[in-house]
Design a protein around this ligand. Structure first.
Ligand code: AGP
Length: 621
């Protein structure tokens, strides 16, 4: 996610802004910039001084050390690119035609293309490919010597998620911020004011902050903070005292990035779906696939290549695309695909799923596929990384930077893209699927509701109690077995990988139907077996597997749908999920498995965010 810092007061703005960005570096970024209003010298009016560079903060810092920007009002930004590749031109701040207003932004402007088109028609000149730049030209359009009023009018036209910080050279005593969908925090000191995306950036100056809520505008002057809503009401906001130190604040109070990222999944999935479902819920909007539309008409096969967690997402994708679009799908571990001389041709689509976009095996698989004439689509979380750059098209997840080595929010965002893609292909190749009882509108409405269902699960204290009970009882186990069927066979694999890679306990994920073909020999009173049994079409089959395990004195931890009393008679522990259409169960069933792995690893004192021997991105074979 991008990071914002704003300052107004008596200090040297450059120092506060850069120090604040340093505190936000952990969020991951690919460029950085500052805008500082120069001091008035004699008759010479204040002017906006802007420096920004692609790359790490140090590059910008070196430039500012050689050529410092004097002034006491400024904004700064570290950018995690979502629209427009990571380069200096696309870096923030962006400024208006008249060099009067500068702005930084965190989030996604869904309707930026239509806004940009009308602004260009009105004569505005754009310098970047970003969605953000639309905002500063909108503010300029409405500016009449009152910055917050211009911002209010501009934001009424905007759809999407944003947090912004804005300064104007004609109002040198004002720093304005606004939020809708992305966090923004205000702080005040002795005749000074601060804005930031996240608490760590302010902790060097104040530990009393005001959290802005949706649709609120903060106006900071050396005299203090005023918060208004979009209707111009002045709001009475309470200040909260932060007891965290800076390291804790980077994790927003969570003990580890992994736990923070598990809880970020509702927001990450919302951001990934944003702008990709039509307002009437009748259509999937994937303009990034426009260039492949003709190819899709003749496409005969899809091959998904990926590694680790991304491979598990690919397995879910297979079930979805074959069920909805009736297109044959192969799923291959990239390190096998690259050496097996696969059968591909110009009617094959190869889909590379990768969080980092830099995984060596997946990149090599892509190269192998390219020589065959196949088209390449990547699903990736890092804009401008190697694999998207070498693909014919890319659908980005908007999970934000995933810091923990163990992938969680990137996985569920990959699922979100795969559901969209399966529905998109079905609309093109198998539209009759969406007749009653379930129309595409039903599916897309359900999909949009998934973040709320995950939030509901995460807020349920009974579930956390069961997971902690299992942690206390089984954190010393020599192994775990994870069983699932159909769409939740990949979930079983993912659950086993999570606990393996962060707690170092051996675990195996299996298709439950395979029990009789071997794993049942493992069942004993010391082996916890996690059985994923939501109320879906294979529920009865899962129940039989559970009874087989209980008959052999095995330990069963079931993941089931709320209200299912029957399963509790056959399980040692049950973790209940909110009711949803079972076709979407992989979003929910994986979350308790992420938490179980996390709490067991924590109990075992493991280095959860940086597990031994593992790297976040495996850029070597
Ligand atoms: C997942 O928790 C692991 N960190 C690992 O399996 C990862 O999914 C795999 O290395 C693929 O990485 P990628 O998605 O960046 O290509």
């Amino acid at each position: 996610m991008c990071g914002i810092v704003g300052y107004i007061g008596k200090r040297n703005a450059q120092e506060v802004l850069i120090k604040g960005l340093r505190r936000l570096e952990y969020r991951g970024y690919d460029s950085a910039g500052v805008a500082i209003l120069s001091d008035k010298v004699g008759k010479r009016p204040s002017r906006l001084q802007i420096e920004k560079r692609a790359g790490k903060l140090g590059i910008l810092e070196n430039i500012l050390t050689q050529k410092p920007l004097a002034g006491n009002l400024g904004i700064s930004h570290v950018r995690w690119a979502t629209h427009g590749i990571p380069n200096t031109k696309n870096a923030h701040p962006h400024w208006c035609c008249a060099n009067r207003i500068a702005l930084v932004h965190n989030g996604i402007i869904e309707n930026y293309e239509e806004l940009k088109e009308s602004l260009i028609k009105e004569g505005h000149k754009f310098r970047s490919q970003t969605d953000t730049e639309v905002l500063v030209h909108l503010v300029e359009k409405f500016y009449q010597a009152n910055l917050e009023e211009a911002i209010r009018r501009a934001l009424k036209l905007v759809r999407g998620a944003y947090a912004i910080s804005v300064i104007c050279k004609d109002e040198p005593d004002k720093l304005v911020g606004a939020r809708c969908g992305s966090p923004l925090i205000a702080g005040t000191g002795e005749e000074e004011g601060f804005l930031a995306s996240d608490i760590p950036a302010l902790l060097d100056y104040t530990n009393e902050v005001t959290l802005l809520d949706e649709g609120e505008i903060a106006v900071l002057t050396p005299r203090g903070l005023e918060v208004q809503n979009l209707k111009k009401d002045i709001l009475n906001k309470e200040k909260i005292k932060i007891s965290w130190d800076a390291a804790q604040a980077e994790k927003e109070g969570f003990p580890h990035f992994m736990l923070k990222e598990i809880h970020e999944q509702p927001r990450a999935i919302t951001n990934t779906l944003m702008g990709r479902i039509s307002e009437d819920k009748e259509k999937v909007l994937l303009p990034e696939l426009k260039s492949l539309e003709k190819f899709f008409a003749s496409m005969e096969k899809i091959v998904i290549i990926s590694c680790g967690t991304a491979w598990h997402a690919g397995l879910v994708g297979k079930y979805l695309i074959e069920e909805f679009a009736r297109i044959p799908v192969e799923v291959d571990i990239a390190s096998e695909f690259r050496y097996r001389n696969p059968i591909l041709n110009d009617k094959t689509l190869v889909v590379a799923i990768t969080q980092s976009g830099e995984t060596a095996d997946t990149l090599a698989g892509l190269h192998a596929a390219k020589n065959s004439g196949a088209k390449i689509l990547s699903i990736c979380n890092v804009l401008g990384s190697s694999i998207p750059r070498e693909s014919d098209a890319v659908i980005y997840t908007h999970a934000g930077p995933e810091i923990a080595v163990a992938s969680t929010k990137a996985y569920t965002c990959q699922l979100a893209v795969l559901y969209l893609f399966a529905f998109y292909l079905a609309s093109l190749k198998n539209p009759s699927y969406f007749t009653k009882p379930h129309s595409l509108k039903d599916y897309l409405t359900n999909l949009e509701n998934i973040p709320a269902k995950i939030e509901e699960f995460l807020n349920n204290k009974d579930n956390k109690k069961v997971i902690r009970q299992c942690t206390r009882r089984y954190h010393r186990s020599f192994g775990f077995l994870y069983l699932g069927r159909s769409l939740n066979f990949p979930t079983a694999l993912e659950g086993a990988l999570k606990i393996k890679e962060i707690s170092y306990i051996h675990a195996e994920g299996y298709g439950a139907g395979e029990m009789k073909h071997g794993p049942i020999a493992l069942i004993n009173p010391h082996l916890p077996v996690v059985c994923i049994a939501p109320g879906d079409s294979v529920y009865e089959k899962m129940l039989s597997n559970i009874e087989e395990i209980k008959a052999r004195k095995g330990i069963v931890i079931s993941v089931a749908t709320e209200g299912d009393k029957f399963i509790s008679h056959h399980s040692n522990h049950v973790i209940y999920l909110p009711r949803i259409n079972p076709v979407f169960s992989p979003f929910l069933t994986v979350v308790p498995l992420q938490l179980l792995a996390y709490y067991i690893a924590a109990k075992r004192g493991c280095d959860i965010d940086r597990p031994k021997n593992l790297a976040k991105s495996v850029t070597v074979e």
